[in-house]
Design a protein around this ligand. Sequence first.
Ligand code: SF4
Ligand code: SF4
Length: 356
Amino acid sequence: MQYRRLRGTHLDLSRVAYGGLALYYQHPDAAIELINAAIDRGINYFDCDEAGNQFVPNLVYEDTRKKLGQVLKNRRNEVYVGIKCMFARADEVARDIDKALNFIVKGTSREIIDIFHFAHVDVDEKLDLLLSPDGGLAAAERAKQEGKIGSILIASHNPRVLMRALKTGRFDVAEFPFTIIEPEYLDDVIPYCADHNIGTIIMKPIGGGQLAQCASLSLRWIAQHDVDCIIPGMKSLEEIEQNITAVIEGGALSAEELSALTEISQHLGAEYCHRCGYCLPCPQGIHIISQFDIYKSTLFGIEKKQEIYRQMKARGTRTAADCIGCGQCVEKCPFKLPVPSLMERVERDLGGVSVP
Ligand code: SF4
Ligand code: SF4
């Protein structure tokens, strides 16, 4: 394994670290085995993700405690932890920090959240709220002074909003998706972070699974740029090994490899959601991005996706089934994705409604 200083922090992170979403969908025993194997292989950073629990207050951090928390009891000194917060108001953020501390790192040898994430800061309204005097960033800065958290990270799928945030000088680390399909972060975000000593963590390096057929090429393409840490989601020992080998030993892509990766990415591009959020809000209240995320994910098979989709509906969440085809999202989408027809496919394939 190689380690690299995460700029903006005092942490030396493994070049390949662990995207936690894959762990969320694992049985606790299997997840604990994977976490231990990853640490044995030199991975020293876990970027936690509660996925479906994220908005259910009494369940938030329950899954992470069950899995990573068990390992931390014995191996805390080998691991750094990133905790993902979806809130933006000061009171909610302060409560979330205390809850994560109590649930996950209390009783271990280092009672601190190493990297505290403001997740999904994709639209201006959320960033405005975070930065306001009553916003969550002030609460996180207080927690940092009190030693409850080590560093503050902003995660975004929208390079314009991310740049706005970074220019405040109040974030230590930036996390964003970066693949050959979404190279726009090379324009501003990556050079700005390098110039201003801001750490860079690359999420969704395999395009949320959509680049699975060329995962190693995608990881190598990312690793040849000036980024600190890459966090693929890994659901088996084989994937852990393959990803580490690709990043550490793969080297820069040859001309032939680059052309193969480019061809695959161009093919995906017409339907590739960049999760930038420009299409939101949808007048029907559909979180368009999450519908695509479930539909396109390769973390689990169709039956599991259908189960997750059913659970969303049962909780009253607006889904692709509520799309009325108004087309407002298409007008706002910079990539002109055919969202209404994609929503129809999501409902047909996950909702079980047969469309002739
Ligand atoms: S077409 Fe469907 S998803 Fe798009 S804005 Fe209208 S209702 Fe929402
Ligand atoms: S549908 Fe378009 S605007 Fe909406 S998140 Fe995806 S890429 Fe961005």
